[in-house]
Structure formats: C-alpha cells, structure tokens
Ligand binder design. Structure first.
Ligand SMILES: [Zn+2]
Length: 835
C-alpha cells in the first residue's frame, strides 16, 4: 500500500550521465528532414553484441550534417553509396559527416555495440534467473545509444527494422513482422512492417523467449508477451488495455493507426511502463496482475496500461515538438487514464484515487518555495527531465481536469479530437491544444490555461459567511507560511444552505450573495486546484454536517486541513477532531487519505500524544466498518481500504500486529489485501526470529507484488539493526534490481528506524548513487527518505548535504531541506500539543 508513493515515481525517466546536455536543433532553418531509417541489426544474443547497419534517408541536410550517436563503434559511413569521412565526437555524442548534399541523400553507417551488463535502459538485458530479454527503453535520449539518428522528438521518420538473431528466439517490434527467414548457421531474420512516421524515442524491439496471449479489440490484435510461464498472469492488464483501445478510438474519433498492440512484460524494468508505439513495455508488477492481486496493485497496473494506451494517440500519433511539452504529454495521459479507467470500471472510484495519488500530492509540492511553473523554459533534455516532476504531472493533470469542468466534457473531447486530427503523424505544442479547446468551447481557454501553467504555486481561498454574503479572498498558499503574491482565474463551485452555485474569481476579493447559515462548502467534488480555509464558524458547520458530506469533498477537507496543519494555520487539535470524525463516518477515500497522513505524522512524530490519542478513535471503528476479512461482493476499493488500515494499524499497535502475525503462516493463500499487514505483523512480533524467513522470501518469491509485501515486513522491524540488514540486502546483488528501491522508501515510514536509516544513508550514499547511476530513482528515494528520517537532526542533514549537488527525480537539495524544515517544525508543534 505504501508503494502508492512509489507510483508517483513512475513518470521519472532515465538520465544518461554519459550523454552531455542536448539542445534542440533549430527547427526549420536550415530545413532538415529525416525521411526514413532502414535499420538492420545482427544480434549475437548470447554475447549481447550487435552489428548494425542503418540507412538514413535525409532531405535538405544541415551543414555540417551531424547525427546523434553515443556508446557505439562506428566503422564505416557512405553517402549515396560513396565512402565518406566522418568525425565521431563521443563527448558530445555527435557524429559529423561533412559533404552531405542538401538534396535527398542516403547516409549509410555500419557500427557495432556491446550491450553493457550494468545498464537498465537504452538497449539492456532485462534479467530473470540465468536468462534475459534484450529490450530497448529509449525515452528521452537513448535511441542514439542503439543507432545513429537525429534523436529529437520533432524529427519523425519511417522505420524499417530487420533483426537477425539465433533461431528459436522471438523478436517483438513496434509493428508485426512480415517475414521470418533462415539466415544460415542456426540464425533467423525477422523483417518488420514499416512504421508510420514517428519519433525515435518511440522505437522498440525486444529479443528473447516469450509466451504470448492474444485478444482482439475492434479487429486489432492486442497481445501480451511475457517470459515463459507467466502468460496466464497478464489477463487483467491485457483485457483493460484492449477495452481502452476500443474506447479511445471512439473518444478521439480516430482509428488506432497500427495493426497490433503489444504489452511486453519485462522482468527488470526501472520505471513503470513506456508507451512505445504499438509495443508498450512494462514492469512485471504492472502487467502481471490477476484477479487475486490486491486492488491497489491491480488498479495501478490497469491504470498504467490505460495511460500508455492513451499515449498511442496523445504522444505517439501527435508528439510534442520539444521536451518542454513533456509535462503536457504526461499530464494528459495521466488525466485520461483516470477518466477512461473510471468509465471502464465504474466501481473502482477512480476520481477518489485521482485525488489521493495526483491532486493532493501536487498540492503539497506546489506549496513549497522550491516549486516551479508547470510550463517553463527548457533548454535541453537533461533540464526537461529535471523539471518535469510530480508538480508538473500531477498539477498538469489537475489543471486539465479543471479545464474540462470549465469547458464541459463534450467540448473538451471535441477540442482534443480536433487537435489530434490536425497534427496526426506530426508534432504540436501546448498552445495548439489550448487553441483547439478554445475553438471547441468558445471560452478563453488559452488565457486561463496560461495563468495556471506559467505561474508557480496555487491559491488558498479564504471564505467567510456574513450577513447573507459569502466573502472570498485569494492569496498564494505556501507551506513555509511565507507571504507570497498571486491572483489566479478560479472557477469556484460551492454549496450554501442546500443550493449549488458557481462563480469565477479572478481578482483578489469577491462576494457572492447567498445565505450560508447551516451549510457552506467550496470546491465541490474537488475539481478546482486550490485549497479552502474556513473560519472557526465554517469548520463548526463542516463538523456538524460531516455525515452528509460526500467522500471526495470530505477527502478535500481533510487534505486542506493537513496542508494547513503543516503550515501552522490550524491547530493540531482541530485536525485531530476531524480525524476522529472520519473514524465515526466511514468512507473509503477519506479513510485512505487520512491513513496516509497518519502514516507520515507517525514517521516524523510517533511520540506525539495528539497522534497517539486519535489512533483509537480512527483505526478500530473503521476496521469494524470495513471488516477484518473480505466480504463477498464488496466493492474493490473496500479491500484496498482494508489494506491501508490493517497495514498501518499493525505498524502502530503491537497487539494488532500479533493478530496479523498469526495470518503470516498462510501467506501464499492469504487475501492479497491482507498480505502487507501480515508481513508487518510478523516482523514486529517476531523481530530477529522473523528476519531469515522474510529475507529468503524477498530473494525467492516469484511475483514482484508479493515481494513488495515482504519488504513492508522487512522495513517494519522495531529493531533498527534489522532494518539496516534490509537496506544492505538491496545493495547485495541478491535481490532483483526492480526491488532495490523498496527498502529505502519503506523504512522512511518506520519511526524506530529513523536514526538507523539516516546513519545508513550517510554511510552508503556514494555506493547507492553509483548503483543508480544514470537513473533518477536514487534522488527520488532520497527526496522521500531524508525529510522524514532526518527530522531530529536538521543541522546535521544540512551539513551532510551542503557539498552535494543534484536536481534529479523532482528532488533537489534545497527542496529536501525545505521539506525537512517543514517536518521538523511540525514535529515540534505536535510534541508540544497535549491531548
Ligand atoms: Zn506517460
């Protein structure tokens, strides 16, 4: 369940430290067009060695003509059949070829590449047991490490791929293969159908032993490819991918442009999934989900599929001109994945999950002084990767939801469809989309979008009801409490004494004539990206009406209170009184959100009387309400809520932990939503006696989802040295590389491990960083762990980080220190409050 936060890590894309920073070519001047790539790869699978030949058809070459290339040995270049001179500058990752005429030319290159054992992107070995799959993962700038190319999203081209490798292996590409011929010496050649025009980062191929399952969607083959023995486990992911494919065809009003769509489950994978056109690659825990998988995991896997299928149009068919619109690509797919999954699985409560996983997380980060506008200037690829973090994606998705509510669902759909039709097989920018939405709705979308996207932060709306008037006032909200300015155009919705109203607040203050004596609630269904601060009378009204307030609105109230608690705008007692109200008024979404909040508060101030005091009013009544055991026919999110409650309550209450420990004996057969709690209970109850068995399971269990539950246990020990063993385990090479982040991430929530985790980070910082070299994940984990485990030693953390420099994975040293300071201040306030 805690891996819900890992989910937010999913947008993080790899960084290639060996690649210098790239800037966009000047599009259009001089006119350079890549028509096609003829890519012939001769792959020695056993040695993981590639001999490649690529024919690049170029129109109107720039002078001097240069291709992007890195980590390749280029042996020979010809231009229009004649040998040509070339200069390969590995440091700049450029291959310069003088003398390419400015008409259509064919530039052919012969090269070789040795696939490194250490990388987990580009062309890499995705290992399982003693075997592996050779697979590509090329976003944003890794295509150049596989073949020389113009590796920018604006340079779309047609790809003709041919792969020769050992007979008996399968090869999967973006398109179906149209020919398989013997190539002599026990080898075979696969020739793939030519792709439509597409960007280099969307190219995909994988070579290995696969098992396939197939369904069809409106006549299109949708296939899941897994390593042998896993095909039966991909049914859930495959089905929702196929259903969403059909549904998107209708929603966008554009047929899916390829002949087939693959879901390729890769045993080692360093992010969530990737939208390669026609061949989505995915980590196994997202693709291998079954009816028995816990709802949280199932939901995450299914949504990830629906997200990547949305990209097949938004991202693949129409692609951003340059990486500065990466946020739009991701925000749109994120927003659509909730919308579409909600449509296909109405009982999954998708908008509640949207608030929990996207909206609230973005509100927290966007209230830091280290925030940034969603849309900013991006000079190069590395900068784009740094800038686009949970703020960009989460807030971006929230702004899209707010715009949809503003223009209406049908105008939104029409605008998106017009945009996609107009720029099919080509590139576009954010402005093109806003203009299309504006045309479809007749509203000033470009202007409103610009205000929300180019300004950092968001407003808090302060609301007071007085003498038949509702007075509203907006200012920028900051967690530090620092004064900040800013006025946003806010579509306001509210309910006062039973009647619903809407208004548009685009100045600092505004009034609405309405009586609100019994009831006043703003931001209905939480479609607006702003927080609402009520006065004392306002919170009194909300408390009295709490049982009648809907789940999304309750979740919103709890979230705003949590923000204000961190900022010191409300007293811990007020927050705790609303936690108790949630305990007395069970609903799934606010239960999950408050459980997450309590988890964070326990991590930084478990000794607080006010937090300890409210636990009995929250967990036991809700466990009674949602039940300790699955009930036949219950909605799926009830099971998920049980997972939240049982695992967190087992972490904070020893007698409950003992009860859960007794379930661990039957771990394999246990209901998936109870597995985390059983592992946590087992670890807490048996301590060192539980360690060996849990470690063994982390090493040997086949499913990543089950292993994630085991790590919950391994990080929950109350003996700090045992947590340290878990952290060491992830560095030992004995566990799958997909798992190595779990311990660092999960142990941050264990207050008993606070000191041990901090000491371990200081000791193993360099080794961890090296282990993750080239990926943002390390910084992302640091960004989570340090603000929590460093909460009692702010000065020491400051000293430790003072020489360190990073700005990856949405974390920077300044942001970590700011979060740490906010947590330390909150800890102090919580410890001072007596209940
Ligand atoms: Zn995406």
């Amino acid at each position: 369940m805690r891996t819900v936060l890992v989910h937010n890590a999913a947008p993080a894309r790899p960084l290639q430290p060996l690649i210098p920073q790239f800037s966009p070519r000047e599009l259009g001047e001089p006119v350079l067009e890549i028509v096609s790539y003829d890519l012939r790869l001769d792959v020695d699978f056993a040695k993981a060695r590639v001999n490649g030949k690529v024919g690049v058809t170029v129109k109107g070459a720039a002078k001097p003509f240069a291709l992007d290339a890195s980590q390749l040995s280029v042996n020979r270049v010809t231009v229009n059949g004649r040998p040509a001179r070339f200069v390969f500058d590995e440091k700049r990752a450029k291959l310069k070829i003088p003398g390419v005429p400015a008409r259509q030319s064919l530039v052919e290159l012969e090269y070789s590449k040795q696939v490194s054992d250490d990388v987990i992107f580009g062309l890499y070995k995705s290992k399982y047991g003693k075997d592996y799959i050779l697979a590509t993962d090329l976003e944003p700038a890794e295509a150049r490490t596989v073949f020389p190319c113009v590796d920018e999203p604006g340079y779309k081209a047609v790809f003709r791929l041919q792969v020769t490798t050992e007979d008996g292996l399968d090869v999967i590409g973006n398109t179906p293969w149209i020919r398989k011929e013997g190539a002599g010496g026990g080898r075979a050649t696969f020739t793939f159908q030519e792709t439509p025009r597409m960007s280099t980062y969307l190219l995909f191929f994988a070579i290995g032993r696969f098992e396939e399952t197939k369904v069809t969607a409106d006549g299109i083959d949708v296939l899941a490819a897994t390593r042998p023995g896993q095909a039966q486990n991909c049914r859930v992911a495959l089905e929702i991918a196929a259903e969403s494919l059909s549904e998107y065809q209708r929603y966008f009003g554009i047929p899916y442009p390829l002949k087939k769509l693959h879901i390729v489950a890769l045993p080692e994978y360093h992010t969530g999934a990737m939208e390669n056109w026609g061949a989505i690659s995915s980590r196994e825990s997202y693709a291998l989900i079954t009816e028995h998988t816990s709802f949280t995991q199932k939901n995450r896997g299914a949504m990830s599929m629906v997200h990547e299928v949305a990209h097949q149009w938004f991202g693949d068919l129409v692609t951003m001109k340059w990486w500065d619109d990466l946020w739009l690509n991701e925000s749109f797919a994120t927003f659509m994945s909730y919308k579409m999954t909600g449509r296909l699985r109405p009982d999954w409560e998708m908008w509640g999950i949207f608030l929990r996983d996207e909206g609230f997380h973005a509100l927290n980060l966007d209230a830091l002084s280290t925030t940034h506008p969603v849309q900013g200037r991006v000079r190069n690829v590395a900068e784009a990767m740094h800038t686009f973090d949970a703020i960009s994606y989460g807030k971006g998705a929230c702004v899209l939801r707010m715009l949809e509510a503003y223009v209406g669902e049908e105008a939104f759909r029409k605008g998106v469809s017009d945009y996609l039709k107009r720029f099919s097989f080509s590139n576009a920018s954010g402005k093109d989309l806003w203009d299309a939405l504006g045309r479809a709705s007749g509203l000033p979308v470009t202007k409103v979008a610009k205000e929300w996207l180019t300004k950092p932060g968001y407003p808090v709306v302060t609301v007071t009801a007085r003498r038949g008037k509702i007075e509203l006032s907006q200012s920028r909200f900051t967690l530090s409490g620092r004064k900040a300015t800013g006025v946003w155009p806010i579509p306001i919705s509210l309910r006062a004494d039973g009647s619903e109203r809407s208004a548009f607040l685009d100045s600092k203050n505004g009034n609405i004539e309405a009586r609100a004596e019994r009831e006043l609630l703003l931001n209905l269904e939480r479609t607006g990206f702003y927080a609402t601060l009520y006065d004392g009378a306002g919170y009194g009204r909300l408390a009295r009406n709490f049982s009648r307030i809907g789940p999304h609105d309750r979740a919103g109230i709890m979230y705003d209170l949590y923000l204000f608690l961190q900022a010191g705008l409300v007293k811990p007692e007020l927050y705790a009184s609303f936690v108790a109200l949630c305990g007395a008024n069970p609903d799934a979404m606010s239960t999950q959100i408050v459980t997450e909040q309590l988890m964070q508060l326990t991590a930084i101030a478990d000794e607080s009387h006010i937090i300890k005091g409210v636990e009995p009013e929250f967990y036991p009544p809700l466990l009674d309400a949602f039940g300790q055991e699955p009930r036949p026919g219950e909605p799926p999110y009830v099971g998920a809520t049980r997972e939240y409650l049982t695992s967190q309550y087992a972490s904070v209450d020893e007698s409950y932990a003992r009860k859960m420990a007794s379930l661990f004996e039957h771990f394999a057969a246990l209901d998936s939503n109870l597995k985390a709690a059983a592992a946590i209970g087992y670890a807490i109850t048996y301590g060192a006696r539980a360690e060996k068995r849990l470690q063994e399971m982390a090493k040997t269990l086949q499913g990543e989802v089950d292993r994630a539950n085991i790590y919950e246990g391994l990080c929950a020990f109350k003996e700090p040295e045992l947590v340290e063993h878990t952290l060491e385990l992830c560095m030992s090479g004995q566990v799958s590389r997909s798992d190595s982040g779990y311990p660092l991430f999960l142990s941050a929530y264990n207050p008993y491990a606070r000191v041990a985790l901090w000491n371990w980070i200081t000791k193993r910082y360099d080794a961890m960083r090296d282990m993750y070299a080239g990926s943002q994940q390390f910084y992302l984990y640091m960004g989570r762990a340090i603000p929590m485990c460093g909460v009692e030693r702010e000065a020491e953390v400051r000293r430790f980080l003072s020489g360190k420099r990073f700005k990856e994975g949405g974390s920077s040293v300044t942001r970590i220190l700011e979060l740490l300071h906010i947590n330390a201040r909150l800890r102090k306030r919580l410890l001072e409050s007596r209940n």
